[in-house]
Design a protein around this ligand. Structure first.
Ligand SMILES: [Zn+2]
Ligand SMILES: [Zn+2]
Length: 260
């Protein structure tokens, strides 16, 4: 599996980090986790045609995790030359309860966006699956599971393929169910929004993340969803986590990638 960090920041962008999006490539399959603003541009920059993304897994419906979904859906209606595509590729979107309501608001209720469903027929190529807990999808070569986390009815996902596993937290406070999902995983990608002294909202600091990592014991811990308070302090964050947790620790910037 190849892990490509497209967006490692929050809703408050910096020059190095923008809103959430992570791509996992398994052979020819491209699984996108979260689709925050800037995702389409980031995909282009890493050489991935957004219309080749067949599945998008949303952790929750905050803007920094979903906004580019609107453009991604509309984009399906066109080919590379900008002409209407005769046969748009399908896009399957997974997300917690509320996904179908959100999609119908976005594409059918907002008068200025309504043409996306009426004229461009987005529902012909859009498939929506609401998820709660347990198995999300089993494609044979890979499977995805989820568990609820305590952040605005959000979920965390686990991908298993090629004998390896990657867990992606989305936004959350340190969460028992997530520890269980991540136990013994090869990679745990976990939010670390704020340094402890700046911690706000339903998020995780370096102290909370270290406790989660010590309990879940993944082989590799990756901290993401960093607010600007971490800017220039990434090495300090990695050092702190490495002192407490004995696996490998990474704090990637946008566009970094790893083979898992
Ligand atoms: Zn959030
Ligand atoms: Zn967020």
């Amino acid at each position: 599996m190849k892990l490509i960090f497209l967006g490692t920041g929050s809703i408050v962008p910096t020059a190095y980090r923008f809103s959430s999006a992570t791509l996992i490539e398994i052979g020819d399959e491209k699984l996108l986790f979260d689709c925050g603003p800037g995702t389409i541009e980031k995909l282009r920059k890493v050489g991935v045609d957004p219309n080749t993304i067949s599945r998008t897994f949303l952790t929750h419906y905050h803007v920094d995790h979903v906004l580019d979904l609107i453009a991604m859906v509309k984009l399906r209606a066109f080919d590379r030359s900008g002409h209407p595509s005769p046969n748009p590729s399908r896009l399957k979107v997974y997300g917690p309860v509320g996904l179908k309501t959100l999609a119908s608001y976005l594409f059918e209720e907002i008068p200025h966006f309504r043409y996306i469903s009426r004229n461009l027929s987005c529902y012909k190529y859009l498939e929506l699956k609401e998820v709660t807990e347990g198995l999300v999808e089993d494609a044979g070569a890979w499977r995805v599971m989820c568990t609820p986390v305590r952040h605005y009815d959000g979920v965390a996902y686990k991908v298993e393929a090629e004998g390896r596993s990657i867990v992606y937290s989305g936004d959350t406070i340190p969460d028992e169910a997530l520890v269980e999902l991540a136990r013994g995983a090869d990679v745990l990608i976990h939010e670390c929004s704020f340094p402890e002294e700046h911690l706000l909202g339903l998020h995780t600091s370096e102290k909370g993340l270290a406790e989660v990592a010590v309990r879940a014991r993944p082989k590799i811990l990756i901290a993401t969803h960093l607010y600007p308070a971490w800017e220039g302090r990434e090495d300090e964050l990695a050092r702190f986590l490495s002192k407490v947790f004995d696996g490998r620790v990474f704090v990637p910037k946008d566009f970094e990638s790893y083979e898992v």
